[in-house]
Design a protein around this ligand. Structure first.
Ligand code: ADP
Length: 261
């Protein structure tokens, strides 16, 4: 686990996979991220909690290089982009992005492709794997999320929970350094939430490094190594789940947890 420094921030250790330092991002005059810093170590699960509009999705999108931060340094598996030094080279942005995979709230599967094809697409197009190898990797990933037997179905013939499990398989198949989950269960019917949370727990148990934006407090408590609470573009609390969730130090977090209860 990343060590806590005297200043309360973290300093990268050898096993740091994702390091975010001094991240700032504004949209027009709205400051959405105001100096956000944290590290995630190999195999760790970081859950990010916070009210709507606190900057959680923007932060994930910065790590996935879908948004360009105004300043700050983001490192993923040793590939570091310093946004304070101007626009990074596109080549470096792509290199870093290939170490991440994202699972979206609305699954974002290709509707005109089968389940198997959805999972092989990134392997053949981005990673340039041969189709036989891509098929084998995709089948393994589908097995890991309990979707063996669904390879030839189309997304419209699956429940929301099943579609999300396919999108987790798609991320897993890429063998990224970190999987970023953006509220992966919030678009699901309540009865489908648990199957996706269980899948995520299984994936975490395989030692996959994960950053999860979620409102699922029970998941955050049971599965995360570290929890961050964000409010108004800042990290307000950061620590072990038992500390952050069960012993909130700020009124803001207490109110937020009460609002979910
Ligand atoms: P959260 O994920 O915590 O709900 P977001 O990161 O989605 O928060 O949004 C944080 C703030 O940034 C919100 O006020 C939102 O309206 C604003 N925002 C997000 N994306 C954009 C964008 N592309 N253009 C303008 N404002 C944006």
């Amino acid at each position: 686990m990343a060590e806590l420094s005297a200043a309360g921030g973290t300093k990268p250790t050898e096993s740091t996979v994702v390091s975010v330092q001094g991240l700032k991002k504004s949209f027009g005059k709205t400051e959405v991220l105001k100096d956000v810093s944290f590290d995630v170590s190999q195999g760790q699960v970081l859950s990010i909690l916070g009210p709507s509009g606190s900057g959680k999705t923007t932060m994930l999108r910065c790590i996935n290089a879908l948004e360009r931060p105004d300043s700050g340094v983001i490192s993923v598996d040793g590939i570091s982009l310093d946004y304070g030094q101007g626009k990074p080279r596109f080549r470096d942005v792509l290199r870093q992005r290939r170490h991440t995979a994202m699972v979206f709230q609305h699954y974002n599967l290709f509707k005109n492709k089968t389940v198997l094809h959805n999972v092989t697409e990134g392997l053949t197009v981005v990673q340039r794997k041969k189709s036989e190898e891509a098929d084998a990797i995709a089948r393994d990933a589908l097995e890991a999320v309990g979707m063996t037997g669904f390879e030839d179905r189309y997304p419209s013939h699956l429940s929301g929970g099943q579609q999300q499990r396919v999108s987790i398989a798609r991320a897993l198949a890429l063998n990224p350094s970190v999987i970023l989950f953006d509220e992966p269960t919030s678009a699901l019917d309540p009865e489908r939430v648990n199957e996706v949370l269980k899948t995520m727990k299984d994936i975490a148990a395989r030692g996959v490094t994960m950053i999860v934006v979620t409102h699922e407090i029970r998941f955050a408590r049971a599965v995360s190594d570290t929890v961050i609470f964000m409010d108004c573009g800042r990290i307000v609390e950061h620590g072990a789940p038992q500390q952050v969730i069960d012993h909130p130090q700020t009124e803001r977090l207490q109110e937020f947890l009460n609002s979910l209860a």
